[in-house]
Design a protein around this ligand. Structure first.
Ligand SMILES: Nc1ncnc2c1ncn2[C@@H]1O[C@H](COP(=O)(O)OP(=O)(O)OP(=O)(O)O)[C@@H](O)[C@H]1O
Ligand SMILES: [Mg+2]
Length: 220
């Protein structure tokens, strides 16, 4: 399965999702490739920290790709890995489009803030354009990241995402929690932190389980 984590908003949590998904899949015993297709190279920095902290035992393979070669290289790499996770930059780039054309699943985190939600229509258009030229289906999931622990903003944002005819809305929101940034700064998934945040672990595993279930029911 090839996953692209994308969207056209900076700082929405793409690298957080991509790295945590990679770590979780590798902990489940899958051979995973993490592809950094963002010129900022944040997931590559994550892997560098991880290599230092885990003495090289990072559990997955990581590479950097950009532009059209995201597509051509990944097509060659698909048979070699169980899963490929592609982290993209927060803009509509050649790299992100190339990643989407070779992906089965497109994951887009949205922060429950207006500037983020205003990008929804543009991302929907992007998905429709890619679907129009792609032979295999591209399942697109939207969900909230950095959600408020309480308050009405989450609900308003959720209503907007639920109404999308392009995205399937995943109802598990990742709340704004220090554990995510603490883990990232050490090159760890949130499940690997020494001081466990059980709420963060529960929500991220529920989120990933929910789309895995939806994907397998769509394939059947
Ligand atoms: N649920 C969360 N709770 C707390 N902090 C978070 C959460 N999700 C992401 N962050 C923090 O927000 C910042 C942006 O997250 P991240 O780098 O994953 O976003 P991005 O979409 O990849 O950004 P870019 O567009 O720059 O690539 C990081 O400092 C990250 O640690
Ligand atoms: Mg990023």
């Amino acid at each position: 399965m090839v996953f692209t984590v994308g969207g056209i908003k900076g700082g929405s949590g793409k690298t957080t999702i991509a790295t945590n998904l990679t770590v979780l899949l590798s902990k489940q015993g899958f051979d995973v490739l993490l592809v950094d297709a963002d010129e900022q190279e944040t997931s590559t920095d994550f892997t560098t920290w991880r290599e230092e902290n885990l003495q090289g035992e990072i559990g997955y393979t990581a590479i950097k790709l950009s532009g059209e070669s995201v597509r051509s290289q990944i097509l060659k790499l698909i048979p070699k890995y169980d899963h490929i996770v592609i982290d993209t930059g927060g803009r509509d780039t050649t790299s992100q489009r190339a990643a989407m054309t070779v992906s089965d699943v497109y994951l887009v985190p949205f922060n429950p803030r207006s500037f983020d939600l205003w990008t929804l229509n543009k991302v929907e258009k992007l998905v429709q354009e890619i679907r129009a030229v792609k032979a295999n289906p591209l399942t697109a999931f939207a969900f909230l990241n950095r959600a408020d622990p309480k308050g009405s903003d989450n609900n308003d944002a959720a209503e907007l995402l639920k109404d999308s005819e392009v995205f399937t809305y995943l109802p598990t929101a990742l709340v704004n929690r220090k554990a995510y940034s603490n883990a990232a700064s050490q090159g760890l998934g949130v499940v690997e932190l020494e001081v466990k945040d059980s709420k963060a672990i529960a929500e991220i595993t529920t989120l990933f389980d929910s789309f895995k279930e939806l994907i397998s029911s769509e394939i059947e």
